[in-house]
Design a protein around this ligand. Structure first.
Ligand code: ZN
Length: 424
């Protein structure tokens, strides 16, 4: 291994107190989402941190009080060398009043070799590791030939499109690593899309007309939208079962591709027949499927169900898919991500992991979703690779192991160094 690289890899361990300090600093910024709109100070910290290390900064408000930060460290020979995006979200899961934390979730403590605080695992640990790796490369005077982009985004916990906004702004690279919670596994993910199914009557009827619409000789061709929605829910269950039987993906238990009727809203008052009913569904799909594909399958199936009903046939349900925020417009999309295990960057990352940890790298799938799918959606090869485990993400007394964080930082440092030195 390169002598210089070896020296700074040792420094990660020797200077681990600085790494822990950095993580504690990040945890102290109170950035829970919801309520969100609270990342300005944390993002300013990242901005200054990256500027000191020679990065050019692009910082813009995705929402007021929630800016994205993208730092670009131009390579010395970018035409000839591979480029990299490191991506992480600055928001953390909400802390509800009744959670019994040992201490204040935003005042980190260290105990038994662990840092405890909101975001330690999801995912300020990953951010701290990546930033510390960048700091050590900078201090050692190492100039990377390939471009390095660091994205500190907002809103991931509430399905806000911080990472999508970066992609839309044109940021791209030969590979992206999302440093979210993966317990040092190299992971892809299935996807999630939420949707609203609405059944609406063209006319509103008084409660007293019910006899006419349901009994012999009533001669009123009308219906309760709540009762018609029951039929649609049954249709969704049939499709869900069909998917469970027919679809699978290595690493997932069969039936992981669920359609959850999560929220139902309908009717206006007990004196009326329900003239509108809305169902909010959450759809989980496999890494080799797209959200466009699964939403189309659901629409086709439900419209076929509607065709079998004399009233729904004339009043077919309508669909509204996705959204850019669970807070603003009650909808979200997390595209899926397939990791290409023969991609040279994945190979380099596996190699770094094996070299530092002396164990075989695991390439598998995340049981949850991250922003990783947006890179796949934008055509950028990517993987999730971060410290911390999912038992700790969003948990009371959330924590990350210091030993794992140090190893993680070493792996990522070596990976950044090697990938950005790789010839195109
Ligand atoms: Zn996360």
């Amino acid at each position: 291994m390169d002598e210089k690289l070896l020296t700074i890899l040792h420094q990660v361990k020797e200077r681990q107190d600085e790494l822990i300090d950095l993580l504690e600093t990040l945890i102290r910024f109170k950035t829970p989402a919801p309520p969100a709109r609270n990342t300005e100070d944390a993002q300013k910290f990242v901005t200054e941190f990256l500027q000191e290390k020679g990065f050019c900064i692009d910082k813009w408000d995705v929402y007021p009080g929630d800016p994205n930060v993208v730092g670009l460290l131009k390579g010395t020979d970018p035409e000839q060398h591979k480029s990299l995006i490191i991506n992480g979200h600055m928001d953390v899961a909400e802390v509800s009043e009744d959670e019994e934390w040992e201490t204040d979730p935003f005042t980190p403590i260290i105990r038994d070799g662990k840092v405890i605080g909101r975001g330690a695992a999801d995912m300020k640990g990953g951010l701290a590791g990546a930033l510390f790796a960048i700091q050590l490369l900078h201090e050692a005077g190492i100039k990377l030939p390939g471009d390095l982009t660091f994205q500190s985004v907002i809103g991931e916990e509430v399905g806000e499109a911080g990472t999508l906004e970066c992609c839309k702004r044109g940021y791209t690279a030969d590979f992206a690593v999302v440093v979210d919670t993966s317990d040092l596994h190299i992971q892809g993910q299935g996807g999630v899309i939420t949707g609203w199914i609405t059944v609406k009557s063209k006319k509103t009827y008084h409660d007293a007309t019910r006899r006419n619409m349901i009994h012999a000789g009533g001669k009123l061709h009308a219906a309760s939208t709540i009762e018609k929605m029951a039929k649609i829910i049954q249709g969704l269950q049939e499709l869900e079962r069909h998917w469970a039987v027919m679809k699978s993906y290595p690493g997932y238990p069969p039936g992981t591709n669920t359609i959850n009727p999560a929220v139902i809203e309908g009717g206006r008052h007990a004196a009326f027949i329900a003239d509108e009913c809305r169902l909010w569904i959450t759809v989980h799909f496999y890494p080799d499927e797209t959200y466009e594909q699964v939403s189309k399958e659901i629409e086709e199936h439900i419209l076929a169900v509607a065709k079998g009903d004399p009233w729904l046939r004339e009043n077919p349900p309508t669909f509204e898919w996705g959204g850019t925020s669970m807070i603003e417009d009650r909808g979200e999309i997390f595209p899926s991500l397939e990791v290409d295990s023969v991609h040279p960057a994945v190979h380099t990352l596996m190699n770094s992991h094996e070299c530092i940890l002396n164990e075989k790298a695991i390439v598998d799938v995340s049981p949850t979703v991250t922003d990783g799918g947006w890179f796949s959606d934008a055509g950028i090869p990517a993987a999730i690779y971060g410290p911390g485990d999912l038992q700790n993400a969003h948990a009371v007394n959330e924590q990350v192991s210091i030993e794992q964080l140090v190893s993680y930082t070493q792996v990522l440092l070596k990976f950044i160094y090697q990938w950005c030195h790789t010839q195109k």
